[in-house]
Design a protein around this ligand. Sequence first.
Ligand code: SF4
Length: 259
Amino acid sequence: MNKKLNHFRYSQNSINTYKSCPFKFKYKYIDKINWKHDDIQSREYYESLKSGSEFHLLCERYFSNIPLGVNDNTKHDFVRWIEKIKDLIPISSEYTYLPEYEVRLNLNKSIIQAKYDLVIIKENEIEIWDWKTENKKVDYKNAENRMQTIVYMLLAKEVIPKLFDINIDTKNIKMKYYQPEFDTDCVSISYSDEKHNINKKNIISYIDKIQNTKYSEEQETYKYDLIKNKNHCQFCEFNKLCNGLDLDYSIFEEEVYGR
Ligand code: SF4
């Protein structure tokens, strides 16, 4: 295994990066190249990411039961959106709310981490919420198959009940994506023991691939060659570096937005 992976903490982002293109994983996590463009289009893109984080902060304050700090400078959309969140999820004294909640799992000696926008622990139920401020609509199929859903639900089942010393049936774990920009309900993903076992197997398999890929010529022991997935280039920030081509930020957004 590459020694840079010795203390690596796996996340939905890093596993998803390898899944998209192993070469991209090498750039980002082995070579640690932080590739950002400096043209107007990309500046607008990174501004939109920053503004998404500001909305997440308002949600964190609401569910922490502290003043929101909304003032005349707060973006009008955010004021509207946080009101929608309040209507959708009124705080009940019977439940436990954990905004910006981070958990870690030791899976076969590899550490996987996840940071949830919100976890709600109910009597017999765990709800995981994720706020999406991107303007592309999330649908059920896309949400169900996201690496984010797979990793978040796996950790919700494996870690959260143990931390709170509670017994939660797998079918009572739900992941909900909410897009305040749209006047639609959240996309709610259900879970089952069958899905959980498949997810666990898949994650173990991805970690095995990540750990046993040949990232450099000097690496003597490996199981997998380093592959470039050319089908992914148009979505990838390294397109300029690899192929000398510009990136379409309207497509790129969905790929990296997951936190
Ligand atoms: S540009 Fe293409 S080949 Fe290069 S890292 Fe990105 S996806 Fe992989």
